[in-house]
Design a protein around this ligand. Structure first.
Ligand code: UDP
Length: 326
């Protein structure tokens, strides 16, 4: 039986990957320090014989006994509000955490896939973004702690590949949504749905003309699985190229939830990218992958998930909006 380590395994993407690898017949070790991860995301897996959970911070030395075939490094805070709250752990998990995972991959002869991000393109001057674009990142801005850690992560990963012959894969993940997103992670989708469910105004930052392209989590997981099983070592964008302005997106959420709340406009956070859309030509060509689930379908499932949460969670995890203004 093949064994896979998934760091950030209790997080949004990590927990969906745990599900996928369990269903593919792997022995799965999920590792998480639970700063932004949540045991609720994996509690259904805990009774399984071939699922283990290690409560550990991957920025510190990682010990895994026995054989290991694959490592997926998904541990990291991943929303702008998290970068502001926990900038140094964000830098550490992308740099020291990646180094520890690569060292483990080398020691075990494991193949390693790292979760990179469209944030390596910063506020892009090329549209749509393809993998050959080097990006436009402000290293000392609020997003710099994430963007630069992820850029360092890619460089470190390539170095382990070229110098140590470690089998590596790099996925650049664009905005992704689905069940198990944190209500309080400050991202547009949980913010808007949370506001609708609490009967609060919908907060659009700036004039809402900035664009994003949202991918449903199952499509993302499929792309990651295919990339891991491929022999391609350079970065591959995985995302849904269906681009939408944030104002239009807010209106879609208002329609979906049937809320009678109004849109209110707030200051645009510093260095908020003006446009983002993946060029997925490489994923199509190399992985024969493209997204299958459109926003209407994906948003419906996601809304059902948020509605099913205990009512008190809506308030307990209410989005601390004061962070957005900084
Ligand atoms: N956004 C917004 N209102 C909110 C939260 C986010 O208008 O309450 C905007 C944010 O400024 C950005 C877009 O929605 O332009 C997507 O934000 P998110 O945090 O989801 O992702 P990222 O900026 O990292 O792509």
């Amino acid at each position: 039986m093949k064994k896979v380590l998934i760091t950030g395994g209790a997080g949004f993407l990590g927990s969906h990957l745990c599900d996928r690898f369990i269903s593919e017949g792997y022995h799965v070790i999920a590792m998480d320090n639970l700063i932004t991860g949540d045991m609720k995301n994996i509690e259904h897996l805990l009774p399984l014989e071939h699922f283990e959970f290690y409560h550990h911070d991957v920025s510190k030395y990682i010990h895994i006994p026995g054989q290991l075939d694959y490592i997926l490094h998904f541990a990291s805070p991943a929303s702008p509000i998290d970068y502001l709250k926990i900038p140094i752990p964000t830098l550490k998990v992308g740099s020291l955490g990646t180094h520890n995972c690569l060292g483990l991959a080398l020691a075990k002869g494991a193949r390693m896939l790292i979760a990179s991000t469209s944030e390596v393109y910063g506020d892009p001057q090329v549209h749509p973004q393809n993998e050959d674009y080097w990006g436009n990142v402000n290293p000392v801005g609020p997003r710099g702690v994430y963007d630069e850690a992820k850029r360092f992560q890619e460089a470190m990963t390539m170095a382990y590949h070229t110098y140590h012959d470690v089998e590596t894969r790099i996925v650049r993940i664009f905005n992704t949504y689905g069940p198990r997103m944190r209500l309080n992670d400050g991202r547009a989708l949980p913010a808007f749905i949370g506001q609708a469910l609490r009967g609060e105004d919908i907060t659009v930052f700036g004039d809402g003309s900035q664009t994003r392209s949202f991918c449903y989590v199952d499509d993302l997981v499929e792309g990651i699985y295919r990339l891991l099983m491929s022999d391609y070592v350079y970065p591959v964008n995985i995302g849904n190229p269906d681009e939408i302005s944030i104002l239009e997106f807010a209106k879609e959420i208002i329609e979906l939830t049937g809320t009678d709340q109004q849109i209110v406009f707030k200051d645009l956070p510093k260095d908020d990218p003006k446009q983002r859309k993946p060029d997925i030509g490489r994923a199509k060509e190399i992985l024969n992958w493209e997204p299958k689930i459109g926003r209407t379908e994906g948003l419906k499932v996601t809304y059902e998930y948020f509605k099913s949460l205990p009512k008190e969670d809506l308030y307990k995890y209410a989005y601390p909006r004061e962070f957005a203004k900084k």
